[in-house]
Design a protein around this ligand. Structure first.
Ligand code: URP
Ligand code: ZN
Ligand code: ZN
Ligand code: ZN
Length: 476
């Protein structure tokens, strides 16, 4: 790697810790000329830095962008009878290697558990292990005795975003009445409601029909969750949320259809604060994956869709209609995906979820920016600025300006990489992007002024990441 270090001795008092020199700096509002001066983990100066400093990093030929914020990860997630294979150490090592300096993970209470003790459990799991910084969302799976009363205390802990499920019947799904009550309560206290929008009742009917007919292969995961069931659920939740009022802040997570994006965009044009997230896998993979011998690895919800839908998503990403990219990193080993059996289990028993936090940057950069579909500014907006605003982390995170944390991904725009498990850091031995060739790769990650990844190695220490409490989200 061409990154070189130069140490300059000076008898003067050192006013800066590190200076990043000669890089092309990109922000969501365009490129900036100059150097970045860092002190105590913060950006203190941008421009031509002439004063004496102790350490410079020469980044000629590299791009410096804000560290990515992956607003959608499931580390140590108990779901569909398994706990995801990436704990907060492996998972955030993968994030850091991919230029993601902050993740926002989902506190997932167990049945009957109160929200605050679930929050404390997640802090206990994450704090000793995280390499990246992290924030938390709260999943609400049921309205038990004190859930509604606990929402303000949850927000006070810095958990300002929630996730409610319209699918996964008998596990996480909520009825419309509960969705309404929760959106109202969350909104009253300034929180953001994230929604998994698929019609879980009808999906359950379709699953039962296929199983009865002996149709158990992974492709039936797709047939049991047709596009229209995401579109219907998105329309329904937008109607319910609009009834609550114009103050509601809502985003639909992992949107996989152009039509669902359009529903939300139309509400936004009417003044509602509704947004969409999509994921790199909906942009780069299609339903054909569910016909491969290793199709079980590609089971996630909503399912991978047609190339026509992929194209619609790229257009909406380019136009600004899609607000954020999150990975939905939810990793299961082959053994877990097969539920510890020789044969692949029926499609409805395969734990849902795929890896993704480490490959957001190369996939979106290569297939989006390099291919000329989205601008660099747009790339930065959806991967750092917008998630920071949506989850109350801005301006500490999500931007390059004086006062913000010195969190950077440093891209070598020419570096060619063939993706394989060997170049990735998750606690599994496969990748759903095996053999995909990209140009442009994260070669160094800086988190609060510290180099935590370089030359393929994560050097950030276990537990060195910090919990970043969210504040009231800023929406457009
Ligand atoms: O298949 C997925 N998406 N697994 C993770 C849980 C969720 O719905 O986000
Ligand atoms: Zn979901
Ligand atoms: Zn998810
Ligand atoms: Zn298991």
């Amino acid at each position: 790697m061409e990154i070189s270090y130069k140490y300059i001795r000076t008898k003067e008092l050192m006013s800066l810790d590190i200076v990043l020199k000669n890089a092309k700096i990109f922000t969501s509002s365009g490129p900036i000329e100059g150097d970045i001066g860092i002190k105590d983990g913060k950006i203190v100066k941008i421009g031509d830095i002439q004063e004496q400093y102790i350490k410079t990093i020469d980044l000629s030929g590299k791009y410096v962008i804000p560290g990515l914020i992956d607003g959608h990860t499931h580390m140590e997630f108990p779901f569909m009878s398994e706990i995801t294979a990436d704990d907060f150490y492996y998972g955030t090592k993968a994030s850091i290697a991919g230029g993601v300096t902050t993740i926002v993970d989902f506190v997932t209470p167990s049945h009957g558990q109160d929200l605050i003790s679930a929050y404390e459990k997640w802090r206990g799991n994450a704090d000793p292990k995280v390499v990246s910084d992290y924030g938390l969302h709260m999943i609400i799976r049921e309205i038990n005795s004190n859930v509604l009363e606990q929402i303000p205390s949850v927000i006070n802990k810095g958990v300002v975003s929630f996730k409610l499920f319209m699918a996964y019947k008998n596990e996480l799904m909520l009825p419309d009445g509960d969705l309404y009550k929760l959106i109202k309560k969350i909104s009253d206290f300034g929180g953001v409601t994230g929604i998994h929008a698929e019609n879980g009742e009808i999906i359950n009917e379709l699953i039962q029909e296929f199983l009865k007919e002996g149709k158990v292969e992974p492709i039936y995961h797709y047939y049991s969750r047709p596009d229209i069931l995401e579109i219907e659920a998105t329309n329904r939740i937008a109607s319910i949320a609009s009834l609550v009022g114009k103050d509601v802040k809502m985003y639909i997570v992992h949107t996989s259809t152009g039509e669902a994006v359009d529903i939300i965009s139309n509400y936004r044009k009417m003044g509602y604060k509704f947004f969409n997230e999509t994921t790199p896998h909906y942009l780069t993979l299609n339903t054909e994956m569910l016909k491969r011998p290793d199709a079980f690895r590609y089971v996630m919800s909503p399912p991978l869709r047609s190339d026509e839908q992929r194209t619609k998503l790229w257009y909406r990403l380019a136009s600004g209609d899609i607000f954020t990219i999150g990975s939905d990193h939810c990793v299961y080993s082959d053994l877990q995906k097969k539920r510890h059996m020789e044969k692949v289990p029926p499609f409805n028993e395969i734990p849902n979820g795929v890896p993704g936090t480490e490959t957001i940057l190369p996939l979106l950069y290569y297939f989006g920016v390099k291919k000329g579909i989205i601008s660099m500014e747009r790339f930065i907006e959806v991967t750092s600025l917008n998630p920071a605003k949506l989850f109350g982390l801005y301006p500490q995170k999500g931007t390059i300006m004086p006062g913000s944390d010195a969190d950077f991904a440093i891209i070598d725009p020419e570096k060619k990489v063939r993706i394989s498990p060997d170049v990735l850091h998750s606690n599994i031995d496969y990748t759903i992007y095996d053999g995909v060739e990209v140009e442009g790769w994260n070669v160094m990650t800086m988190r609060r002024g510290e180099i935590v990844y370089e030359e393929g190695q994560v050097i950030g220490k276990k537990g060195s990441g910090k919990y970043i409490p969210g504040k009231t989200p800023i929406m457009m």
